[in-house]
Design a binder for this molecule. Structure first.
Ligand code: SF4
Length: 766
C-alpha cells in the first residue's frame, strides 16, 4: 500500500507544501484535523470539514499540536541519569543501562518488585495500547496502575457488571434525543468523556432547536449549564442520593417501563426493594435538590419518549462512584431508554471491541479482586490496583515491595492525591524508567527516560474511542512529519523493553520480535486459519498489522476476502483525505452485545446492592460547610499542556472559584491569595469570586503545581498554579472500583498576604 505522506517523508528537504489529515490525539473527542506543512514545518492546523465524524470542529488544543511538536522542552533523545543529573544518551546506551540494572533486580526480588503506571495519553496511542500489555505480561507483576482509577473506573465497573464488558458503555443518542440530563459532566468543554462527541455545543443546540431540553446538575454553573434549559446545584458527592431517590420515585409512582429490553433484564424487584428507603424527602438535604425537583426530574425522564441520562467525572471521582454510575444506567433502563433510538445506545466499533467478538449475547462478564494490593488489600479491578496505593507499595518493606517502576505517559505526581508523598516514594526506588516526552514532575525521578515521537510523527488509529463514539466510523491517519533519525516508534521501544525483561537482551531485531509475537497471537486467535491471516497481512508490521487483522475480522470487515465489500486497513487509509468512513447512527444492539454469563442485563449485582447500605449509613454523617471540587478548562487537559505557548497565554486559569457569600464570610478578596487546607495539607491559590459556584463549594482545576525542582517545563513554571491533588487524601477511594476521591473533600480557606507565604509556597498573584 502507498501512503502519500510516507512518500513525502523520504524527501524531507525538498517537500512542496502538502496537506495532511490527522485525527487529533489530545482528547477523547478525536476530531479530524487538516494540517498544512511547508518544508517540514506545520504552517496551519484547522478542523477537517469533510471529516465524517467531527465535520470540521476543532478546539484550541488541536491547534497546539504545532507547539507540542516544536516545544524545545520536548525530549528528542533518551536521557540517562549519571551522578544524579540527566545527560543525553543514545538509544543503545539507554537500553544498555536498563539491561544492566533491571534483570538483576528482578532476579533478586521477584516480579512483584516491579510496577507499571500508564497515563491518559496512552489511550490515544495504538502503539502503546497494543504493545504495553506485552511488557506488563512479561514483567508478570500484579502492580499495574493507571489513570483509570483517578478518573473513570467506576463507570467501567458499573457497565461491566450490568452489560458484561468494561467498555460496553451506554451512550446518549444526542442526534435524536428530546431530553438530555447531564450530571457532573461538562461536555461543552470536554466534548465528551467516556462519550466521544466532538462539537457537543452544536449538537445540544440542534436538540434545543427541535424542541428538546438540556438539563444540567452540577455544583458549578458550568459552560454546559450556561446553555442548558435548566441547571440545578448539587452537593458534591450527593449524586448517589439524588439518583437513588429518582429511581425510588419511578417505582413509587408506577413510572417504570423497560421498553424493548424488557425480556433481557434481571433484577428489577431486587432494585425496587433496595432503593425503597431512598425517598426524595429523605435524600433532599443530602443532595441539595428539593424533593419535588427530584420527583419532577424522574417524571420528565419517564414521560419523554426519547430521553437520556449522561453522567461523568463528578459522579465517578467520589466515594460512591460505582453506585452513582450504576444508578445512571438504572434510570435509563427503568424508563425504557436503554438501547432505544433517542435514548442511550451502544457503539459498534469497527475494530478491537470485545462486545463485537466471540459468541454474541453471552460471555464471561467481569470479575474483580482476582488479587489484592499487598499493603491495603484493595481489590484488583480490570487488572489494575488503585493508583492511590502506589506510594505505600513503594514505601512499605517486605516481600513484594516495589523497587523498580516503569511509567508510561503519566505525570502521577501531579495527577494523584497526595502527590508529595508519591514524589518522596519515587525517590526511594532502586530503578525507574519512564517513556515520556518531558522531564516533568514525575519523570524527574527516573533513571532513564525514553522519548516518544511527536504526535505528528505517529500513525494513528483510536482503539478505545470508537467504542464510545456518538456515531459509528472508521478513520485512521498516517504520520504528518518524518521521525527524527534514530527515533523508534513507541511500540518498537516497548518490544525492546519486553525483550530485556524476558532475558533476551536489547539486541534482537524489532522486526523479528514482532513477527514472532504476531505468529503466536495469530495462532491463539485463529487456530487452523492462522497462516492464512499471516499471508493476508504480508507487508504490514507493528500496530498497523494488528489493526488490519482487527478491521478485517471485525463486524464490518472483509473476513479476509470472504466479504469483498468489507473493511480493510487499506480501505480505511484510502478514505483518510475524504474524512474517513461513516458507519452510520448507533443502532439497538441488545441482546447481541451483552457479554454477561446470564445473557441478560444484570440490574442487581450483589456487590452493588450490598454497597447501597453505605450511603444510608452516611446520611447520619455531618456535612462539612466548605468542600472542594476540580474543573475542566478547554485550554488544558490534565497536567501536560501548560508548556505550550498557544494554550498558556491569556488569563490565568488555575484560580479558586468561590461563591460571593463564602468570600464574604471568609474575608476573601477577588484576585488575592488564599490558603486552602485539608487536614495538615495546604496550598496557596488565587481567589476568583464567582456566583457560578454553589455556596459552600470551591473549585480549583487539577494538573497544576509546576514548581517542583528538577522538572524541565520552562513555560509552565512561569505560572505554575496550585496543585489541588496536594490537598487530597490518598486513602479516600470508592471501595468497589478503587477510584480516588477527588471531589467533595472538606477544606478550610483563609486569606493570606503575599508576604505571609511559607518558604514552600511558590504560588503568587498573577
Ligand atoms: S476537542 Fe480539541 S483536543 Fe479534543 S480532539 Fe478535538 S481538537 Fe483535539
Amino acid at each position: 500500500m502507498t501512503w502519500h505522506a510516507n512518500t513525502l517523508m523520504d524527501h524531507k528537504d525538498s517537500m512542496p507544501d502538502t496537506t495532511h489529515y490527522r485525527i487529533c490525539p489530545l482528547c477523547e473527542a478525536c476530531c479530524g484535523l487538516e494540517i498544512k506543512v511547508r518544508d517540514a514545518q506545520v504552517i496551519s492546523i484547522r478542523g477537517h470539514a469533510q471529516d465524517v465524524f467531527s465535520a470540521g470542529y476543532i478546539c484550541p488544543k488541536g491547534v497546539a499540536l504545532k507547539d507540542l511538536h516544536e516545544d524545545p522542552d520536548r525530549l528528542r533523545t533518551p536521557m540517562v541519569k549519571r551522578d544524579g543529573v540527566f545527560v543525553p544518551a543514545s538509544w543503545g546506551e539507554a537500553f544498555a543501562e536498563i539491561e544492566r540494572r533491571l534483570p538483576p533486580l528482578m532476579a533478586a526480588h521477584g516480579r512483584d518488585a516491579t510496577a507499571v503506571v500508564i497515563g491518559n495519553p496512552a489511550a490515544h496511542k495504538i502503539g502503546l495500547l497494543s504493545y504495553f500489555p506485552k511488557l506488563a505480561r512479561a514483567l508478570g507483576t500484579k502492580n499495574v496502575f493507571s489513570a483509570s482509577t483517578l478518573d473513570q473506573m467506576p463507570k467501567q465497573l458499573a457497565s461491566g457488571l450490568m452489560f458484561g464488558h468494561w467498555l460496553s458503555v451506554a451512550l446518549p443518542d444526542i442526534a435524536r434525543t428530546d431530553f438530555l440530563l447531564v450530571i457532573g459532566a461538562n461536555p461543552l468543554v470536554s466534548n465528551g468523556c467516556m462519550w466521544t462527541v466532538p462539537d457537543f455545543r452544536s449538537k445540544a443546540k440542534a436538540m434545543q432547536a427541535r424542541g428538546g431540553k438540556l438539563v444540567v446538575i452540577d455544583p458549578r454553573r458550568t459552560e454546559t449549564a450556561a446553555i442548558a434549559d435548566a441547571h440545578h446545584f448539587i452537593r458534591p458527592g450527593g449524586d448517589v442520593f439524588l439518583l437513588a431517590a429518582m429511581v425510588q420515585s419511578l417505582f413509587a409512582e408506577g413510572l417504570t417501563s423497560l421498553g424493548a429490553v424488557q425480556e433481557w433484564v434481571n433484577g428489577v424487584d431486587e432494585v425496587q426493594q433496595a432503593v425503597a428507603p431512598f425517598t426524595p424527602e429523605a435524600m433532599a438535604g443530602r443532595c441539595g435538590l428539593a424533593a419535588e425537583t427530584i420527583r419532577q426530574l424522574a417524571r420528565t425522564l419517564a414521560h419523554t419518549g426519547r430521553a437520556a441520562v449522561y453522567a461523568r467525572i463528578g459522579t465517578c471521582t467520589q466515594e460512591y462512584g460505582t453506585l452513582s454510575s450504576w444508578l445512571v444506567d438504572m434510570l435509563n433502563v427503568l424508563t425504557g431508554h436503554l438501547d432505544s433510538p433517542g435514548g442511550v445506545l451502544f457503539a459498534k466499533s469497527a475494530a478491537f471491541a470485545a462486545n463485537t467478538s466471540g459468541k454474541p449475547g453471552i460471555g464471561k462478564g467481569v470479575a474483580t479482586g482476582r488479587h489484592t494490593a499487598r499493603v491495603s488489600g484493595a481489590p484488583e479491578v480490570y487488572g489494575e490496583l488503585p493508583m492511590t496505593c502506589l506510594a505505600e507499595e513503594i514505601e512499605t518493606p517486605g516481600v513484594g515491595q516495589v523497587r523498580a517502576l516503569f511509567t508510561v505517559a503519566t505525570n502521577a505526581v501531579l495527577s494523584s492525591p497526595n502527590g508529595p508523598r508519591l514524589a518522596a516514594a519515587l525517590d526511594t526506588l532502586d530503578f525507574m524508567v519512564s517513556l515520556d516526552i518531558y522531564i516533568n514532575e514525575t519523570t524527574r525521578h527516573a533513571d532513564v527516560i525514553l522519548p516518544a515521537p511527536s504526535s505528528l510523527e505517529d500513525f494513528h488509529y483510536d482503539v478505545a474511542f470508537p467504542q464510545l463514539s456518538w456515531r459509528n466510523h472508521a478513520r485512521c491517519s498516517p504520520p504528518v512529519l518524518p521521525r527524527d533519525l534514530g527515533q523508534p516508534e513507541e511500540w518498537e521501544t516497548l518490544l525492546k523493553l519486553t525483550a530485556i525483561v524476558q532475558g533476551k537482551g536489547a539486541s534482537p531485531a524489532v522486526k523479528a520480535l514482532d513477527d514472532a509475537q504476531f505468529a503466536e497471537d495469530t495462532q491463539r486467535l485463529f487456530g487452523a486459519h492462522a497462516q492464512a491471516v499471516i499471508d493476508a497481512t504480508q507487508g504490514l508490521h507493528g500496530p498497523q498489522r494488528l489493526l488490519d487483522v482487527a478491521l478485517r475480522s471485525g463486524p464490518y470487515g472483509d473476513g479476509f476476502g470472504r466479504k469483498p465489500e468489507g473493511l480493510t486497513l487499506a480501505k480505511v487509509m484510502a478514505a483518510n483525505a475524504s474524512g474517513g468512513i461513516d458507519l452510520g447512527e448507533l443502532q439497538p444492539r441488545i441482546p447481541e452485545m451483552l457479554r454477561t454469563p446470564s445473557g441478560k442485563i444484570e440490574l442487581a449485582p450483589p456487590s452493588l446492592l450490598h454497597d447501597l447500605q453505605r450511603p444510608l449509613v452516611d446520611l447520619a454523617r455531618p456535612m462539612p460547610d466548605l468542600v472542594i471540587i476540580g474543573r475542566r478548562d478547554v485550554r488544558t487537559n490534565n497536567s501536560w499542556m501548560h508548556n505550550l505557548p498557544v494554550l498558556a497565554k491569556g488569563p490565568f486559569r488555575c484560580t479558586a472559584l468561590v461563591h460571593p457569600t463564602d468570600a464574604d464570610r471568609l474575608g476573601l478578596q477577588d484576585g488575592a491569595l488564599a490558603r486552602i487546607a485539608s487536614g495538615l495539607r495546604s496550598v496557596l491559590a488565587q481567589v476568583h469570586v464567582s456566583d457560578e459556584m454553589m455556596p459552600g463549594v470551591v473549585s480549583l482545576p487539577h494538573g497544576w503545581g509546576h514548581d517542583l525542582p528538577g522538572a524541565q517545563l520552562r513555560l509552565a513554571v512561569e505560572r505554575p498554579g496550585a496543585n489541588i491533588n496536594a490537598l487530597l487524601d490518598e486513602q479516600l477511594r470508592d471501595p468497589l472500583s478503587g477510584n480516588a476521591v477527588l471531589g467533595g473533600v472538606a477544606i478550610t480557606m483563609h486569606a493570606v498576604n503575599y508576604c505571609d507565604r511559607s518558604s514552600s509556597d511558590h504560588q503568587k498573584p498573577v
